[in-house]
Design a protein around this ligand. Sequence first.
Ligand SMILES: C[S@@+](CC[C@H](N)C(=O)[O-])C[C@H]1O[C@@H](n2cnc3c(N)ncnc32)[C@H](O)[C@@H]1O
Length: 258
Amino acid sequence: MNTDLSQQRVNYDTIAHLYDESIRDHAVDENLARFLAARPSFSPVHILDMGCGTGKQLAANRPHFPGALMVGLDLFAGMLRQAQLRCQTVAWVQGDNAAAPFAAGSFHYVTNQFSYPHVQNKRRFFTETVRLLQPDGRFVLTNIDPWSMPGWAIYRYFPAAWALDEQDFLPVERLVAMLEEVGYGRVTFSRRHLAVPTSLADFQAYASARHRTSQFIAMADADYTAGLAAIERERQQCGDTAVIESEVCLLTITAEKL
Ligand SMILES: C[S@@+](CC[C@H](N)C(=O)[O-])C[C@H]1O[C@@H](n2cnc3c(N)ncnc32)[C@H](O)[C@@H]1O
C-alpha cells in the first residue's frame, strides 16, 4: 500500500482501541436483504465494505447471510485488528478506498459508511466502486449530511467542526452528480432527520472524550479547548439539567451499475 497515512486528518490507529462504543453499533443491513431478494442469481453474493473500520456492519450481517463472501477494506491496521477480533469469517484487508486491491468486477454489493469524507480523492474512490462492481451491482453510501443539520450541537459549540466538514463532505447534489459522472446508471438518495435533545451535562461528558467524533480529533487543539470552555460557561449559567436541542441528518445514497 503506497498511501501516505500521515496525510490523513484522523489517524484511526491511535483511537482504534477506543472506537467500539455502543453508539457506533450497526444493525443488519436491510438494503442488502432487499437487494438479494430481487437477485437470486447472485449466489454466493460477494460483498465489500469500504472503510469498514472495526467491522461492525459486516459482523452484524454475517449470521443473516451465511453463504455470502464478505470483505472489509480499511486504511488503518489498528481498526482491522479490532475487526479480526470481532469476526473471523470475514476477510479483512488493509488498503485505500481510492486504490482498492481487488480485480474489476469482484463484487455484487459495495457499501461505504461514515468514511467517504476521509478520502481525499473522492472521484477516484467512486470510480473504484464502479470498477469493482459487476453489472447490476449496487453501491450504498451512508453518512451524515452536514448541510442538512445546521442545528447539530457539535457545530454550535465547535465552529471549527463545520469549517472542516464543509471541506470534507460534499452536498448531496454534488455527490449524486459525481456518482453519475463516474458511470452509475441510476442514483437515488434519502435523508432521515433525527432531533436529539440532550442535557447539557450529558453533552459535556460526550464532548470531553475527544475520540468520540472525527471532527473533534481533526480540529486544532485550541478550537477543541475553546468549544469545551463554551459548554462549561453555558453549564454554569444554565445548570446541569438544561436541555439543548441538537439535530442529525443521515443520508443514504444508492447507486446502481446498470
Ligand atoms: C468513522 S470510521 C467508520 C468505520 C465504519 N465504517 C463504521 O461505520 O463504524 C471511518 C473509517 O474510514 C477509514 N478510512 C479513512 N480513509 C480511508 C481510505 N482512504 N481508505 C479506506 N479506509 C479509510 C478509517 O480508517 C476508519 O476506519
